[in-house]
Design a protein around this ligand. Sequence first.
Ligand SMILES: O=c1ccn([C@@H]2O[C@H](COP(=O)(O)OP(=O)(O)O[C@H]3O[C@H](CO)[C@@H](O)[C@H](O)[C@H]3O)[C@@H](O)[C@H]2O)c(=O)[nH]1
Ligand SMILES: [Mn+2]
Length: 603
Amino acid sequence: MLAPPPSEPIMGGDSFPKTATCSIDTRGIDTRLPMLVYVSREKRPSYDHNKKAGAMNALVRTSAVMSNGPFILNLDCDHYVANSVAIREGMCFMLDRGGDRVCYVQFPQRFEGIDPSDRYANHNLVFFDVTMRAMDGLQGPMYVGTGCIFRRTALYGFNPTRATEHSGWFRRKIKLFFKRQETMGKKHDRKREHDVMIPSVQDGGAAGEDCAEDDDIESAALLPKRFGSSAALAASIPVAEFQGRLFQDLPGTHQGRPSGALTVPREPLDAATVAEAISVISCFYEDRTEWGRRIGWIYGSVTEDVVTGYRMHNRGWRSVYCVTAGRDAFRGTAPINLTDRLHQVLRWATGSVEIFFSRNNALFASPRMKFLQRVSYFNVAMYPFTSVFLLLYCILPAVSLFSGKFIVQSLNVTFLIFLLAITITMCLLALLEIKWSGITLHEWWRNEQFWLIGGTSAHPAAVLQGLLKVIAGVDISFTLTSKPAADDNDDVFAELYTVKWSFLMVPPVTIMMVNGIAIAVAVMRTVYSMYPRWSKLLGGVFFSFWVLCHLYPFAKGLMGRRGKVPTIVFVWSGLLSIVISLLWVYISPPTGAMRDYMEFHFP
Ligand SMILES: O=c1ccn([C@@H]2O[C@H](COP(=O)(O)OP(=O)(O)O[C@H]3O[C@H](CO)[C@@H](O)[C@H](O)[C@H]3O)[C@@H](O)[C@H]2O)c(=O)[nH]1
Ligand SMILES: [Mn+2]
């Protein structure tokens, strides 16, 4: 632990003589260091430590007792600050006009140490440069777990000082029809928001969110129930609220903070405070409190980040997406190995399925969320289920090659128009995403490819896992994403080539084999046919080929560096594809005219 700095600046210079080891010139620079505390919470086997969410909550409590900063920066252990002014830039959103409605400022996640061609779309550019920026226009981006500045009182589960109710187009029309209100009830002033009970320092008391009029006495009694028994923690809440307020003289500020209110010197920490800070990170502190349920990081999902942000948006808070110009604000590492990447995606998708089957499903969102905002949150919870259709989409071309039948009976105009409309829409969407966000076509294509790879491997597995959890109560473990070892002597991307066998690889390999065999069979058939219909072959093969194109990075990943693939992968997938092919031949045996060129047998 590093002691809190004194209130007077300590200028560097002559007192810090330049030495051989330290050549930094500190003359005229304030050399005080901020207080630094390393915290390790108590863990016991009989207590669920709640993974990252539990760790964050322990940190929030202990920091409330020790420093009680009104704003909190959260970084993963594999991320670091890459731009020294980023935090100031984020703080502007918090302290400028309208900042009292902002619960967090999220920065994009950027990564380093990723192979230049970004084989497994680790940069996730479509998400960070398209989706998140679009959500910025819908009252704010999601919280993605790292690189985020929080308002402490928003983490404590309080409501914003003012919020907008979005009644939706339909209800608004009804309201207009009955002419009940002239203003359509959109903006609510502070008086209506009586459920906002952030405790205030002036009143000298603390208040809970849900209490009505005479909240002071009642809520003081409620606080231990909600926040736990620490008196120091309870006392720190109104202070943090006051310190996070806007300046009094900012236009539109109702209850501001007078300038200079924060320039009081800090008291050094005494032993009692440190003891209190330790007591709030004990295992049992959260027993019978609302930590993890309504306060702090929310428990119950391996993607606790999305849920935590969702709860705040649900209360009417707004968030801000801060893309720093020039240097990235924060940077981190990501798994560049296929297996690790698949497991990471599996964890995310499982978290989404957990959210889907919980009260945090955006179908139950409050009217303080915009309609499109709900749609995007719903999409975040629902996307693993689309893998069912994706799997069909990948098998269908092969099926039609095997059977010689196309998905429509004959190529008619209606079908072609549909196909054309869908294709054009797809291209326009891609164009919009690329032009608007400034990512390259290559980066976009990588994201498409990995969407299919994840969608045929990790997403269906997540759906199964999630269903298991919901139906049978089997718990999901948070397996940490393994990070490339830093001291890889000669090859930086050695990790990229290691092949670790995983069950997740079976479906994509099967899809590749089935489509490959289907193309081969179709070509053979046409070559040996008396009347080869090359155009039909080309039409059929195109769709299979399209699927294979998407799986190309996956195939490359399986090859490893020297083309070494675990034999078991081939054995299993070969077996599966043969069974599927045989099954097909069995279900619809070639008949009549087709028989003469179907003279081949699977082993
Ligand atoms: O028991 C745990 C597990 C994880 N962590 C923290 O969680 C972070 C994320 O874990 P990581 O293995 O790096 O997973 P990623 O897939 O890289 O993380 C992304 O996805 C997670 C949700 O699944 C978010 O929590 C992260 O912020 C987000 O960067 C780590 O850095 C740790 O700081 C803990 O504190 N305790
Ligand atoms: Mn990480």
